[in-house]
Write a protein that binds this ligand. Structure first.
Ligand code: FES
Length: 129
């Protein structure tokens, strides 16, 4: 049984879509079920200004992507990296035990995108040194 917050985010997901001029965009999959997410981040001045996504997955995957996009907006990159699956699930009023892995999809995609961003910064710094 899903919480009212999960149902609300699933039926009215926030920030669905693409960012044309995204700072970073990646595809990320959850190996345990095959669901996947395209995630787009707009990062300016070390802060996540916007997260958009397209998700191919279950109701919990859609709800967790939706609330993750809200929770990460306005965080610095370091703060965004501290976001956990447990925090996302808690913000949704919890997830059924067999759906906890669904919160990994959005948070995992977010962190993978942030790592791509940071590795590009490191590479650019090395090239300029
Ligand atoms: Fe795969 Fe939910 S069943 S993310």
């Amino acid at each position: 049984m899903y919480s009212p917050a999960v149902i609300e985010h699933f039926t009215n997901p926030r920030n669905v879509g693409y960012i044309e001029d995204a700072t970073v965009a990646i595809q990320y999959g959850e190996p345990s079920c095959g669901d996947c997410l395209l995630v787009f981040l707009k990062i300016e001045e070390d802060t996540v200004r916007e997260m958009k996504y397209k998700v191919l997955g279950c109701a919990a995957a859609i709800a967790t992507a939706s609330i993750t996009s809200e929770m990460v907006t306005g965080r610095t990159v370091d703060e965004a990296l501290e976001l956990t699956e447990e925090q996302v699930a808690k913000a949704l009023g919890g997830l059924p035990p067999d759906k906890m892995h669904c919160s990994n999809l959005a948070v995992g995609a977010l962190k993978a995108a942030l790592r791509v961003y940071l590795s590009r910064l490191e590479q650019a710094a090395e090239e300029n040194s």
